[in-house]
Structure formats: structure tokens, C-alpha cells
Design a protein around this ligand. Structure first.
Ligand code: SF4
Length: 148
């Protein structure tokens, strides 16, 4: 990831954090949102987020399944600083769902735009995919089409 891409992705993180700080959704600190199977959802991330997460998240033992996040310990996130957008946006507060969905859509659009503008490949998948295949996390330039 180039410095410029990192700057833009981290800027997107900061903007999301600011929007969440304004909205103040309720968090009961139950930790259930990171236990995906128990909660009945799945965390999808882009390769940009995966690369940033894997650079400084604690070590983990694979293979990782879809059940939950290996960075959750004692109901707390041990990868808080580099956590992906979904972790920043999602709250189980029922009054936050519409705003959460809108923020997710806008953030994804922004990350895709970064990939497009920088001519980078775009990969998006469940967290456990990138944890099991960290080589997929690095952003690679799109191959030029042949015959044009
Ligand atoms: S990175 Fe942190 S906040 Fe995100 S799912 Fe894992 S433990 Fe939860």
C-alpha cells in the first residue's frame, strides 16, 4: 500500500469515527457483535482494511473460521486501533441501524473510489478469508487489458 492510499484510507476511518462520535449509538459492551455466529452476522472487509489490520493486529493461530474474530479477548477488541470500518460503524443499538447502513455504503463507495483512482485491484470478502490468506490483503495494481 502506498503512503497516499494509506493516508486516504485512514482519513476515511477518521471521518467515520467522527460521524459515530456525533451519533453516539448505544454500546452495551457485550462483545456479541464480534462473535459473528452467535450474533448471526458476518464481517466483510476490503483488502485495504485487511492490510492495515494485519500490520499491527496481535498474532493469531489459523485456520480461522467464520465463527468469530480471533482478536476478541475477554469481550474486548485487542486490535482496536487498526480495526476495519465495519467494526467502527456497527452497533447493535436498534436506533443506529439506518445510519449504520448509510455510513457503511458511503465508506465502501469511498474505498472503491480510492482503488479506482489509484488503479488498484479491489478485493472484498469475509474477515476470516483475509486472516487465512493474508497475501490477498495487499493492494496490487490492476493489470492492463491486453489488445487495446
Ligand atoms: S477487529 Fe476488534 S472490533 Fe472488529 S470484529 Fe475483531 S474484535 Fe471485534
Amino acid at each position: 500500500m502506498t503512503d497516499e492510499v494509506r493516508r486516504q484510507v485512514l482519513e476515511a476511518y477518521r471521518d467515520i469515527d467522527a460521524a459515530i462520535a456525533l451519533a453516539l449509538p448505544r454500546c452495551d459492551a457485550s462483545g456479541r457483535c464480534c462473535r459473528f455466529e452467535e450474533y448471526g452476522h458476518r464481517l466483510y472487509i476490503s483488502h485495504f482494511e485487511a492490510e492495515i489490520l494485519l500490520e499491527s493486529a496481535p498474532a493469531y493461530e489459523g485456520p480461522i473460521g467464520a465463527k468469530g474474530c480471533p482478536f476478541q479477548k475477554d469481550d474486548l477488541c485487542t486490535a482496536r486501533e487498526p480495526r476495519p470500518l465495519g467494526c467502527r460503524i456497527y452497533f447493535c443499538d436498534p436506533t443506529h441501524q439506518d445510519l449504520g447502513n448509510a455510513l457503511t455504503e458511503a465508506a465502501l463507495h469511498r474505498l472503491k473510489q480510492i482503488a479506482d483512482e489509484q488503479g488498484l485491484d479491489w478485493r472484498y470478502g469475509p474477515l476470516h478469508h483475509f486472516l487465512n490468506h493474508p497475501e490477498d490483503a495487499s493492494a496490487v495494481p490492476e493489470l492492463p487489458e491486453v489488445g487495446r
